[in-house]
Ligand binder design. Structure first.
Ligand code: FES
Ligand code: FE2
Length: 387
């Protein structure tokens, strides 16, 4: 028996596909949900982290949300410790003030007779949709062509909606695997969101994996009361990993999107948007649909009794899987669901695409995780080859 444990390898040193997957980030050339729109008030600044990069988001007096590198150019304090002045962000320490383009436009202290130095920070494009703030961290030239998924039902007042988020100590791939791997019905054996799942199709095309299960949807104590089985076919579900997002669809009437924010190798925030056709929401114990204007009144109850407790079960599992992976990353992990292999292939291909767009030095820093100083290549040296 071996008593010592080593931490999981970084991407450059991974020896198995699973180790590579669990060390891979998500490609920054996409829009990532970072916060709820309502959670950032006018005059407020907050921090979020995208794959170990800290970013300050703030809402100016004009109501517009802006995102900026979270590092004062002076002494590297986080600007999220500072304050919003009008539409500008002021550092907490010496009061350097940055405008929305990231330029330092004023310094509160004496300049000692010198000219104000030219200082400019990185800023990131921002969009607000579906009650979420999305930020584009990658190549800005691609920001306008990359699309946030269309959810036309979100603006339809008749559809019921549930927004919920969690920050979990788990790698993003563990979370996305969990949402589509219906072999885990056992975890939810009391709540029964899906039972007796049989995979009926699996297709990988471009940056998307689509799959269908024959399964019994929503057989739990409370969901049984609310789902109208006459109007809604609840014996199959379609799901997708539409990189880097995840969605599901039951008979065009029960749908969700999951937007994952990768924070680090072992931490992620996930924003779920669930939405329900008024045709499927039934009055408990009666063969009647809930009147359309009342569907939205049911949603907070469904969130509390069905969605939140169900996802708390997933929380326990994904965090335990992360801990298990960190303790036993070198053990084989036999899996039978082909969905997982297809997801792994897509995640790794996209991360490799991103790495290929970097300079050799940037690639070394990116793939050596928490030990970039150990990875400093000698001048002219090539980055180490991956397993
Ligand atoms: S550290 Fe920000 S102004 Fe000095
Ligand atoms: Fe689950």
């Amino acid at each position: 028996m071996k008593l010592t444990q080593t931490p999981p390898p970084d991407y450059a040193n991974a020896r198995s596909r699973r180790q590579r997957q669990r060390a891979a980030g998500l490609h920054p050339d996409y829009w990532y949900a970072v916060e709820w729109d309502h959670a950032l008030r006018i005059g407020e600044v907050k921090e979020f982290t995208f794959w170990k990069h800290s970013v300050a988001i703030y809402r100016g007096s004009d109501g517009v949300v802006r995102a900026m590198e979270n590092r004062c150019a002076h002494r590297s304090l986080k600007l999220s410790l500072g304050s919003v002045d009008g539409c500008q962000l002021t550092c907490a320490y010496h009061g350097w003030r940055y405008d929305e383009t990231g330029r330092c436009v004023s310094m509160e202290h004496s300049l000692f007779g010198k000219k104000m130095p030219h200082v400019e920070l990185e800023t990131y494009p921002v969009q607000v949709r579906y009650g979420l703030i999305f930020v584009f961290m990658g190549n800005k030239a691609l920001a306008s062509e990359r699309r946030i998924p269309e959810i036309p039902q979100w603006d339809n007042p008749d559809w019921g909606k549930i927004s919920i988020d969690f920050t979990w100590n788990a790698h993003h791939s563990i979370i996305i695997d969990n949402t589509c791997d219906f072999t885990h019905a056992h975890l939810h054996r009391n709540r029964k969101p899906f039972t007796h799942a049989e995979l009926t199709s699996l297709e990988a095309q471009g940056d998307q994996v689509t799959l269908t299960y024959d399964t019994q949807v929503g057989q739990g104590r409370f969901s049984k009361l609310l789902v109208n089985r006459k109007t809604t076919k609840t014996n199959a579900m379609t799901l997708g990993y539409q990189y880097p997002y995840q969605w599901s669809d039951t008979d065009q009437k029960i749908k969700h999107w999951a937007f994952v924010l990768p924070i680090s190798e072992s931490r992620s925030r996930v924003f779920f948007l669930f939405y329900f056709s008024p045709e499927m929401v039934k009055v408990p114990l009666l063969p009647l649909n809930v009147p359309r204007p009342l569907v939205k009144l049911i949603m907070p109850i469904a969130k509390r009794l069905i969605v939140h407790p169900l996802l708390k079960e997933d929380e326990v599992a994904v965090e335990a899987e992360q801990a298990g992976y960190e303790a036993h990353h070198d053990k084989p992990s036999p899996d039978v669901n082909p969905v997982l292999a297809a997801f792994q292939t897509l995640t790794l291909r996209k991360w490799d695409e991103y790495l290929a767009s970097l300079s050799p030095r940037e690639r070394v820093l990116e793939t050596h995780g928490a030990r970039p100083e150990a990875a400093e290549p000698a001048l002219g040296e090539q980055p180490p080859a991956r397993a």
